[in-house]
Design a protein around this ligand. Structure first.
Ligand SMILES: [Zn+2]
Length: 88
């Protein structure tokens, strides 16, 4: 699990966007971040968090994990499948 809020690891620099410019690839016990687009110095790094939660998605949880990335394909949530009813 990558949690940038714990221990101050470098994952704290990766924010969520529904149309990310990076992806996280897990290999063994390591997670590598790969660029999906050309990234210039100073550009913000985004991955699709695609979070899943093992309990019922309530309005409170929807609000807590709301996405405001502003992308044209924004699904309004950092949860995977939150608008399609899949994987949560
Ligand atoms: Zn979004």
């Amino acid at each position: 699990m990558i949690d940038g809020s714990r221990g101050g690891n470098s994952a704290r620099f990766l924010n969520h966007a529904c149309t990310p410019n990076c992806e996280a690839i897990e290999t063994g016990d390591r997670v590598y971040v790969h660029a999906l687009t050309d990234i210039k110095p100073g550009d913000e790094l985004f991955i699709d968090y695609g979070l899943s939660i093992d309990r019922k998605i309530t309005n409170d949880i929807r609000a807590r994990y709301a996405c405001h990335c502003g992308g044209s394909t924004c699904r309004q949530s950092m949860l995977w499948g939150a608008t399609t009813g899949m994987r949560f």
